[in-house]
Design a protein around this ligand. Structure first.
Ligand SMILES: *[C@@H]1O[C@H](CO)[C@@H](O)[C@H](O)[C@H]1NC(C)=O
Ligand SMILES: *[C@@H]1O[C@H](CO)[C@@H](O)[C@H](O)[C@H]1NC(C)=O
Ligand SMILES: *[C@@H]1O[C@H](CO)[C@@H](O)[C@H](O)[C@H]1NC(C)=O
Length: 395
């Protein structure tokens, strides 16, 4: 694979070319996709990418994403005993997204090669997850027991309909939170999952957790954990009491997470905001907000992958590192590192997990979205995957 380091003075363009050349190589082993790509000029520039017909454009982008995911899976394979629970959750979500993409593409004869490639990768991820869980059972059995439902097949469900964030729900005066505690948040998730020592019923909620998880004005990881709480409530099928308003809270939180991601882009993703940025795309994407899948955000994420290791994490020495101002540093670093696993080479288990689940979401929406011009999948269109929310991925 094209692992050679490409110096990237102008950032996005060379990186995209790098990924495209890698895709060209991997494509050579896949005659069907070559056929598809032959319809378009192979020396793709980002600008010409936007002129591609929808199907070709989607196939090309999907090939780039699959290449990145294949390399990230190699990272998982090589560091298996060291991946922590967050890392496993990210790859679990990825497996679900790959299966979803595989199924959607299988409906279209032209896209069989992509379908096979997604299925092949999912088949590779699944046994790695099993081994990884066995390692976690040795290193931190109590923690694994509490969060095991989130690692079980069928827990993570892909969005059946797509919507967009509503900017009028953004808090007028976002304030920094200084009180986020991962332990408190975990205890609320355990209550929700029903995996605590005392409670055995899912959908549990205490007054403390109700206050913590619905508190307005939160930002950073506090905000993304509030969203995670209501997402998991939905995955577990909790609908009573507070959970009858899950969608209301999900809409508010994702509107604010969109605002945060736009700010992250405005400061050119200064380190260490990438991790939170990708976590927001992972969570709100699986929550069904299609506007998190922007093509320039996809290009940014692809450019952060370490070419040697296939992982995501701290930018390498020599890369252009733009440090965030103190404000962003503070609230990004407030994340408790108990579950974080930072490798000496700058790879982060958490960042790699959020990256693969964000990228898997891009892949899934590319496969799932009916074509706007409607020459294919007309049934999907009329079934109305609700309103055909405009896909930001394609101009
Ligand atoms: C962890 O190991 C224990 C003891 O061997 C076993 O009973 C349990 O099922 C394992 N849990 C998982 C999630 O593999
Ligand atoms: C956005 O939210 C506001 C405030 O709740 C609401 O009045 C408006 O109808 C929403 N817009 C859309 C498009 O849903
Ligand atoms: C639950 O029980 C286990 C084993 O007895 C113990 O190690 C753990 O700390 C308990 N957890 C909580 C949240 O009380």
């Amino acid at each position: 694979m094209g692992r050679g380091r490409v110096e990237a003075p102008g950032r996005e363009l060379p990186v995209l070319q790098d990924v495209i050349s890698m895709t060209k190589k991997s494509v050579m082993a896949r005659p069907g996709l070559v056929l598809l790509l032959l319809l378009s000029p192979l020396s793709l520039q980002p600008s010409s990418l936007s002129q591609l017909d929808n199907t070709e454009g989607k196939a090309t982008l999907s090939g780039l994403i699959l290449s990145a995911l294949e390399r990230a899976t190699t990272f998982l394979e090589e560091r298996l005993p060291e991946i922590n629970l967050d890392g496993v959750v990210g790859f679990q979500v990825l497996e679900v997204q790959l299966r979803g993409a595989q199924e959607a593409w299988a409906l279209d004869p032209l896209l069989q090669p992509l379908s096979l490639r997604a299925g092949h990768l999912a088949d590779k991820v699944a046994p790695l997850l099993h081994s990884s869980i066995a390692y976690l059972n040795l290193s931190d059995p109590e923690y694994l027991r509490e969060f095991q439902p989130s690692l079980q097949p069928g827990f993570w469900k892909l969005p059946r309909t797509w919507t967009q964030t509503n900017a009028s729900l953004v808090y007028p005066w976002p304030k920094l939170q200084d009180s986020f505690s991962e332990d408190s948040s975990d205890s609320c998730l355990v209550l929700l999952l029903g995996t605590g020592n005392t409670s055995s019923q899912p959908c549990g909620l205490s007054d403390f957790c109700r206050t913590l998880m619905t508190k307005p004005g939160c930002s950073g990881y506090y905000l993304s954990h509030q969203l995670l709480f209501f997402l998991w409530a939905r995955m577990k099928g909790c609908t009573k009491g507070l959970f009858s308003q899950s969608q209301h809270y999900i809409s508010i939180f994702c509107a604010n997470m969109m605002d945060l991601n736009q700010r992250a882009e405005a400061i050119r993703y200064a380190y260490p905001i990438q991790d939170l940025f990708m976590e927001n795309i992972m969570f709100c994407g699986i929550g069904g907000f299609s506007d998190f899948y922007k093509r320039r955000w996809l290009e940014a994420i692809l450019s952060w992958q370490k070419p040697q290791e296939g992982c995501f994490g701290v930018p390498a020495a020599g890369d252009e590192v733009r440090h965030a101002d103190r404000l962003y540093q503070q609230h990004a670093l407030r994340r408790v590192k108990r579950r974080e696993k930072q490798f000496t080479d700058g790879c982060s288990s958490h960042s790699t997990a959020t990256a693969v689940a964000a990228l898997g979401g891009f892949l899934y929406i590319l496969a799932d979205q009916p074509l706007v011009h409607g020459e294919r999948h007309p049934s999907t269109l009329s079934q109305g995957s609700m309103t055909a929310a405009p896909l930001d991925l394609l101009p």
